[in-house]
Design a binder for this molecule. Structure first.
Ligand SMILES: Nc1nc2c(ncn2[C@@H]2O[C@H](COP(=O)(O)OP(=O)(O)O)[C@@H](O)[C@H]2O)c(=O)[nH]1
Ligand SMILES: [Mg+2]
Length: 216
């Protein structure tokens, strides 16, 4: 849950990149670190990785100052995907304002994607997030590889109810990465506006919120 520190005028929010091991969560954050240009961009921390696998989490902090004087701080996290790291996933997911679910498009990864998605829904409940209301974007990554599900197959399997936007991406080639974050920020904004009265009190529209964070 986002928090507003009235004294410093700092609004901090948290987005989590969730998904199975090796689906490209860390690669997404790395690409974003190169692509986005908000005023306040921190170093990306890749913590305790071994053999390409995140054992703890990665963190990329960024933010911008609004014309109304509010400081928006966004923290992007990844979770470790391997089944055995469930307690870390719960800790990282706790108090998230939104989730980007990164799936691997290869057809032999369908079960792994589903298993991880079910784990996300279960863990959301365990950490007190209402999964039906959680802002969520699903990304099908690795579109550059052979033996992937077609876009139609993905749409048929994933665009049922409730509805989530699906983005096709190749994080390695920096494609679809900005679009995923953009869509997620669009979906996160209404709850923030409702809770912190961003438009009325802070003159911060959805467009300014998204473009400030993407640095556009
Ligand atoms: N071909 C291809 N490989 C990718 C893509 N995204 C990530 N990878 C590779 O998949 C492996 C796992 O990526 P990583 O970001 O560490 O996965 P994570 O476990 O979800 O954080 C690495 O070898 C990446 O280079 C992509 O879009 N296309
Ligand atoms: Mg990783």
């Amino acid at each position: 849950m986002a928090e507003l520190d009235e004294r410093t005028g700092r609004l901090t929010l948290k987005l989590v990149y969730y998904g199975p091991a090796m689906s490209g969560k860390t690669t997404n954050l790395g690409a974003l670190h190169e692509l986005v240009a908000p005023e306040l961009k921190g170093d990306m921390m890749v913590l305790e990785t071994r053999n390409d696998r995140t054992l703890f989490f990665d963190l990329f902090p960024m933010g911008f100052a609004t014309s109304g004087g509010l400081l928006i701080q966004l923290k992007l996290y990844t979770v470790p995907g391997q089944v055995e790291h469930d307690s870390t996933r719960k800790a990282v997911l706790s108090r998230a304002d939104g989730v980007a679910f990164i799936a691997d498009s290869r057809s032999n990864q369908s079960y792994t994607n589903l298993e991880s998605f079910e784990n996300l829904a279960a863990n959301a409940g365990r950490v007190g997030l209402d999964f039906d209301k959680l802002p969520l974007v699903v990304q099908f990554n690795k579109r550059d590889l052979p033996n992937i599900l077609s876009e139609d197959e993905v749409q048929q399997r994933w665009q049922n109810t409730p509805w989530w936007p699906v983005v096709f991406a190749s994080a390695l080639q920096h494609q679809g990465v900005m679009e995923t974050l953009d869509l997620l920020l669009q979906r996160v904004y209404p709850a923030l506006d409702e809770e912190f009265s961003l438009v009325k009190t802070h003159q911060l529209s959805r467009e300014a919120f998204v473009s400030g964070l993407l640095g556009q």
